[in-house]
Design a protein. Sequence first.
Lengths: 398, 279
Amino acid sequence: MIHTISLGTHVLAQGTFIRKLGDGRIEIDTGGQRLAGTPVAGPLSAPRSGSPLRRLMSAPRWKGGLFAALSAIPLAFAAATAPRAQEASEILNVSYDPTREFYRQYNTLFRDWWASQGHEEVTLRQSHGGSGGQARSVIDGLEATVVTLALSADISAIAERTGKIPADWQTRLPHNSSPYTSTIVFLVRDGNPKAIADWDDLTRDDVQVITPNPKTSGGARWNFMAAWAWALKEHDGDEQAARDYMTALFHNVPVLDTGARGATNTFTQRGIGDVLLAWENEAFLALAEQGDAAFDIVVPSVSVLAEPPVTLVDGNIRSDAQRAAAEAYLTHLYSPEAQALALRNFYRAWDTSAASEEDISRFPAVERLSIDAFGGWALVQPTFFGDGGVFDQIYEGQ
Amino acid sequence: MRAGYLSAPSPLPGFGLSFGITISILSITVLLPIAALVGHGLGIGAADLWEVISARRIRAALALSFRAALAASVFNLVFGLALAWALVRYRFWGRRLIDAAIDLPFALPTAVAGIALTALYAPSGVFGQLLSPLGIQIAYTETGIWLALIFIGLPFVVRTVQPVIEEIDREVEEASATLGARRTYTLRRVILPMLTPALLTGFALALARSFGEYGSVIFIAGNLPFQTEIAPLLIVIRLEEYNYDAATAIGLAMLLISFAMLLTINAIQIWSRRRIGNV
């Protein structure tokens, strides 16, 4: 039976009913694409504001881009039905370090789901490395189909330098194109022997802090901005005081690894430092791998809303079939199953409808400031991490 | 060089073919990348290049890279000579095993070497645990960088000196002894002069190699600006900032320094040959 659902103020989708999601929404199959939304009864009515979907998709940004993307997908499928049989699709997902485990599982999930929709099988390949280095590889010609990097500045760099991605890429998918988010937390030794509770403890003389180099690591830039967010709040917006805090903080850093995984290893394997500033998902992963007995997670009072975005590299798309598969690969990240998978891999995903209670309740409440509070990455990147920026000044001044 | 020297028929056949192959391979693998670097550098302009290189942080990194490479290579010069001497002159159990192990730094990925050294010398490592109560820290300090560079530079000295030691006629030493020279005198005035050219070559190779080393050092150095940040890391950092010009400038500076080092060592070689005669 065909149902009509509304995805926002202006977007409707039609398809076969699959199931009820339990929160008033239903899931439908539009012929290759599973969508969830509020069912529309009779004439078009705007969805209730504050419904889960309104929260899921912020309307103003989403209108243009997602409308085009979503409506294009079923069309593309219809058009691609005939030649698809001959064209083997391949998707190369160029990602950053800590997503290795998540995307390995997601690829299996997507491959099965894609096949169950009656499509030609796709070959999925993934590549991992430091976020900045991965972006540079794509700029230098790596044929990425989709990029899933640590921060939007890296994807914007690709857009700016190659033109293979449109400038407004971040409005193409919901939530700033971030299907999952994370934050920055402290990983401390078992029992928290140095009694580290919040950011101000990190500048104590007896505390050594491990964080990677923000110049080479995307995760480290989130670390830096989380500390900056706290310092600015603590000192009522006094920038000089925040700079002094950052200088004192980096004075306590004995090793600057080039990547987030390297820093995690320095802390967990080499036993250096008292506290590791880490992605929340990396911290949980370290706990899972090393056993709960070795480390504790400390959640600071203020942190950042870390949004690792995803997008299609339009300039590298070779065929309609490939585009359809790649777009589905990204939009399916927002499906309840994929969101549950992200939650299981310690990412804070948006849709908890298919996740287990254990995976949802794991995340402690924390005030997460958006990077937009500091002007967005377009401003933050050059001001803080560019040549001669705030980070360089910390060391130049010593 | 006389005009038409290259095209002059050589008494040996196959000159054209072998010369052609040599030049093609050399161009593709060595000359073109360096020319690209220099070409990009020329496009930047001398003033901008100098501005990048003369920054305090770049100078500190270049100085550190040079200092550590020099220290490691001098160590390798002495230790490598002793090692090569022992391997050639003495027969002992496990000699072949040690001889084979010398090549390991060539074969092992440098990253593996760096990680292994860090694991051993970090405060929680096997050696680090013994040293840290004494207040000695090796990993994440400049000493750690020396250690990594010693590791990768050692085979260069050993492998260039070893064949020369094998070639030394025992009769020369015996003649020296029968003429009344003491052992140290024979070593100093007879053996060492014969080994000097090979030693200098090995030293130059080790120095040039360790000056530009990245893979192994990056793991054991703390990578702190002004303290343990090596010049190749700064190139990577500049690339991360998409600042290709600054990266080129540092690359060119390193190329020039390497070139100057090799030139100096060659000059010393020529000078020593003149002084002690061509051996």
